[in-house]
Design a protein around this ligand. Structure first.
Ligand code: G
Ligand code: G
Ligand code: MN
Ligand code: NA
Length: 254
């Protein structure tokens, strides 16, 4: 209960903050996009990572409002950077399963885009395979509406869920993010090599952009780019960083 009240007042008092982790083109090394990741900046405890408050937010029914805030924050930030002459890239926001149960997410996305006047192509949404599979029919319907708004759609943690190829084909997906567990195995075990190669081959066949998550070492980058995975995200390139730091990365265009 105490933690619940702390989180509610942190949210109300503006202590939530979005960090940004770039994803890069594995050949050129240039930033091609980013993922927005939430942090709780407590005046005493410092930065609290999402694993310590997102599950609680889901439990107490606060996750929807927090995600709505995240979407509006990211859109406003992007527009501000763009207005100041910076060459912006698409940024993704993580959605939760609950948001694929009714139509509210469509209104939320429209409002975020309208209020910021950010072109839709600079916003992406991520949902995990397991979130998508809770109610595949409703999810497909909502994803089609999201696609119609011009927002790109990424499937997160790919390879860990149970989605069949048949379903993936029914969803209007633009990007597949290969789960960190496979990416980190490609320099170590044959199992990960086989799965990662198969995911990349399949994603190519279905014309998805492929992003490898959790790239930490050069050997992983090398494996991925030689297997024609286009983009990567991970500590090898950058940790998730505060908005001002990310802005500098965009300005330097590294
Ligand atoms: O760095 P990282 O610790 O940022 O994030 C851990 C997990 O927390 C992510 O995999 C993601 O599932 C979740 N997460 C982070 N930020 C957000 C957010 O803004 N919204 C939602 N729904 N989940 C988030
Ligand atoms: O939403 P999702 O689970 O995809 O969020 C990505 C998570 O992965 C975040 O918690 C982020 O901090 C974390 N992350 C990003 N890059 C790396 C990395 O190179 N190594 C590890 N171990 N975690 C990473
Ligand atoms: Mn994600
Ligand atoms: Na992920």
């Amino acid at each position: 209960i105490r933690k619940e009240n702390e989180l509610r007042s942190a949210f109300a008092n503006g202590q939530l903050e979005m960090f940004y982790q770039p994803r890069v083109d594995l050949i050129t090394g240039k930033i091609s996009g980013a993922e927005a990741l939430m942090r709780w900046r407590d005046p005493i405890k410092g930065i609290i990572p999402p694993k310590d408050f997102i599950p609680l937010a889901e439990e107490i029914g606060l996750i929807r409002s927090m995600t709505e805030w995240a979407l509006s924050e990211v859109c406003k930030q992007q527009k501000k950077w763009s207005d100041s002459g910076i060459d912006i890239v698409p940024i993704s926001v993580n959605l939760v399963a609950e948001q694929f149960q009714d139509d509210q997410i469509i209104k939320t996305l429209k409002t975020s885009l309208d209020e910021s006047r950010l072109p839709a192509k600079f916003l992406e949404v991520e949902l995990t395979e397991s979130a998508a599979m809770q109610d595949p029919k409703k999810t497909a319907q909502l994803l089609n509406q999201i696609r119609d708004l011009g927002i790109l759609i990424a499937i997160d943690d790919f390879g860990t869920g149970y989605s069949s190829l048949a379903y993936l084909e029914k969803f209007p997906i633009d990007i597949l993010k290969i789960d960190i567990s496979f990416v980190q195995g490609v320099t170590k075990d044959l199992h990960s090599i086989a799965i990662t190669s198969a995911i990349i081959a399949m994603a190519k066949e279905l014309k998805f952009l492929i992003v490898a998550e959790g790239v930490e070492i050069e050997g992983q980058r090398e494996f991925l780019s030689s297997h024609h995975c286009e983009e990567g995200q991970g500590y090898l390139f950058s940790q998730p960083v505060p908005a001002d730091t990310f802005k500098q990365l965009l300005i330097n265009k590294v």
